[in-house]
Design a protein around this ligand. Structure first.
Ligand code: UD1
Length: 357
């Protein structure tokens, strides 16, 4: 059997790495790895392949950045001949980025079965490109691997045949569990420091300049109480530069370049509180037991609100300040385990793919 994996953007890599390893235990399987090139900077891609010990991609489609439609279309155009050449038995796609949907569409139209890892998550916010990607990818997938019961419910409500749905747990947490012992703080940060960690990259936050400026002003204010460490995503950096927003580098607000996996993991582990709009970070902080304030009105990962450490603060600076003060004052809680977020999700997927459901 031949399994072809498609990855494209940073959050895909931590999800594919454990499945590539787990499937490697089945000698009868052949694996091919395709990188769409949606993310291409060494700091957004290559360093993750190295730290996660992933094999070099067999094919790189080198699509790069473009508008939503163009990027999705480029992946489709360049992926179709690859599928025709490799003729895999399964195409495995991950998460909710543009590369995920593009690859799933191409495979399903060539009648090649599609397996979607991290299926069923829904924010019910169709202004997010990721929500469109999730809904459509799930509709054309033959096997849907979900991280939590809410995802199963969403899929059933959308009429997906329940025999296709397999709750396996969270593959991103597999990577975290394996690599936590190797997490290393970046040189700039001392181990004893108490700090607030910030990441922002959603178009809804960083492409809206007045709002981005308001958030930066709030972070500068916070940095008077606790140092703020802010690795800046390329989209955010571009938005700041294009709009001539002042770079608010102060002694206590430290803007860093995008960080490798192990360094960012250590920052999450040591942070007093994390402010983010990322999906994966809501999950990782929940696993680590670190309070997380999510600057969004909704989340496709509600389990991080009910069983994890996540709080939605919306686009509300007063709420953000209030929740931050609370989190900084509160003692650290012991993390509560979330069912199946145990480091073995990829083993469960591998067994189903290799031996059948
Ligand atoms: C994409 C995903 C998002 C995910 C995020 C993680 C979609 C719709 N969005 O958003 O779900 O959370 O990745 O990072 O697929 N850029 C670089 N170097 C790179 C890649 C991008 O400089 O290696 C810059 C480009 O200016 C580009 C911008 O970042 O225009 C945005 O990149 P893009 O891949 O379009 O979306 P992300 O915001 O990264």
């Amino acid at each position: 059997m031949h399994i072809l994996h498609v990855v494209g953007a940073r959050p895909n890599f931590m999800k594919a790495a454990p499945l590539l390893r787990a499937l490697g235990q089945f000698p009868q399987l052949r694996q091919t790895l395709v990188h769409t090139g949606q993310h291409y900077d060494a700091a957004m891609s290559e360093v993750f392949f190295r730290q996660l010990e992933m094999p070099e991609p067999n094919v790189n489609l080198a699509v790069g950045s473009a508008s939503q439609a163009l990027q999705t279309a480029e992946v489709m155009l360049r992926f179709e001949p690859v599928l025709l050449e490799f003729k895999p038995d399964w195409v495995v796609v991950y998460g909710d980025v543009n590369s995920t949907l593009a690859a799933a569409l191409v495979a399903s139209k060539l009648a090649i079965p599609v397996a979607h890892v991290e299926a069923g998550l829904r924010s019910r916010d169709r202004t997010m490109p990721e929500e469109i990607n999730r809904v459509l990818t799930d509709q054309v997938s033959d096997l849907l691997f979900t991280p939590s019961a809410d995802a199963d419910d969403n899929l059933r409500q959308e009429g997906i045949d329940t025999t296709r749905i397999h709750r396996v747990g969270n593959v991103m947490i597999d990577t975290l569990v394996r690599l936590l012992p190797h997490a290393t703080l970046p040189r700039e940060i001392a181990g004893s420091e108490r700090f607030v960690l910030v990441t922002l990259h959603r178009p809804g936050n960083v492409d809206d300049l007045p709002w981005l400026r308001e958030m930066l002003a709030a972070l500068i204010e916070v940095s008077r109480t606790a140092p703020v460490v802010f690795p800046v995503h390329p989209r955010t950096a571009k938005s700041l530069a294009q709009n001539n927003a002042a770079h608010p580098q102060t002694q206590n607000l430290r803007l860093l370049p995008p960080l490798p996996y192990l360094e960012f993991l250590a920052l999450q582990q040591h942070a007093q509180v994390v402010i983010t709009d990322s999906g994966g970070i809501q999950e990782e902080t929940s696993y680590l037991g670190v309070p997380c304030l999510t600057v969004r009105e909704n989340t496709e990962r509600p389990i991080t609100l009910t069983e994890g450490t996540n709080t939605l603060v919306g686009r509300d600076i007063r709420r953000l300040r209030h929740e931050l003060e609370r989190a900084l004052a509160a003692p650290r809680q012991n993390p509560r385990p979330i069912p199946l977020w145990d480091g073995h999700a990829a083993d469960r997927i591998a067994r189903i793919l290799a031996e059948g459901p």
